[in-house]
Design a protein around this ligand. Structure first.
Ligand SMILES: Nc1ncnc2c1ncn2[C@@H]1O[C@H](COP(=O)(O)OP(=O)(O)OP(=O)(O)O)[C@@H](O)[C@H]1O
Length: 224
């Protein structure tokens, strides 16, 4: 079973005055199939933590390991490959490519390793069925509702069977009912794939749906 192990991660940003200590000794451990919400006020460092967990930014101190492997020892090319294979990202504004169809968007992570294979296409088709969009695979993102676009983003995040799925406000732009159904889809797919899911959110409903809740307070994680 996959284990995500985060130990004493710290991160500061320079300012005109004293450096801003955004994360101080953040530690957490999650196993495959588990989910965690990270809550906290605006500016408390939630996105910074998610960026570090996704290896898009590096900690100043501490370690992030997936199954005992430290991705930060890799060079940039190896790290990009590792991230593509191991981490799925879901953003509030979905980041779909407007000129690509729904299924092409889902297949984007497979393009980093060459052409989409028949297996990738079968997986994308399955995932689009699971998120309820099997009738919309040839449509453009502009032809979908906000909730449907977020479902495409969820399918795309899971294409490569990542061990870790990171979501930044995945329901932030959605009305309550749509948010509930998107949360249910995300959770079902996360559990079926035995992935670790970490959601950064201001939404009490999304946080309540996760197995665990942690709050970032003064750069430290406290049980929420
Ligand atoms: N690259 C950077 N350089 C300097 N300061 C940064 C950088 N990235 C983030 N910060 C600062 O670090 C703090 C934490 O930002 P972060 O985006 O992680 O907060 P957040 O909790 O995700 O906020 P929100 O809920 O509003 O998205 C903020 O004060 C922000 O201005």
């Amino acid at each position: 079973m996959t284990i995500l192990s985060v130990e004493n991660v710290s991160k500061s940003f320079p300012t005109a005055g004293e450096p801003l200590d955004v994360l101080r000794d953040v530690s957490l451990e999650l196993a495959g199939g588990q989910s965690m919400a990270i809550v906290g006020p605006s500016g408390s460092g939630k996105s910074t933590l998610l960026q570090i967990l996704g290896t898009l930014d590096r900690p100043d101190d501490g370690s992030v390991k997936l199954d005992g492997e430290d991705p930060f020892v890799l060079d940039d090319t190896q790290l990009a490959h590792w991230r593509n294979q191991r981490v799925g990202f879901i953003f509030q504004d979905h980041h779909l490519l407007p000129q690509l169809s729904v299924i092409e968007n889902v297949l984007v992570p497979s393009l980093a390793v060459g052409r989409a294979s028949a297996d990738h296409i079968a997986r994308a088709t399955e995932l689009l069925q699971a998120v309820g969009l099997s009738q919309r695979t040839g449509h453009l993102p502009s032809e979908l509702s906000g909730g449907e676009r977020e479902r495409v983003a969820i399918a795309r995040a899971l294409l490569m069977r990542p061990a870790l799925v990171l979501a930044d406000e995945p329901t932030g732009n959605l009305d309550r009912r749509t948010a509930e159904s998107v949360t249910a889809v995300l959770q079902t797919l996360q559990k079926e794939n035995d992935a670790i899911l970490i959601c950064v959110t201001h939404s009490g409903a999304l946080a309540a749906a996760m197995d665990q809740r942690q709050e970032l307070v003064d750069g430290r994680l406290v049980a929420g």
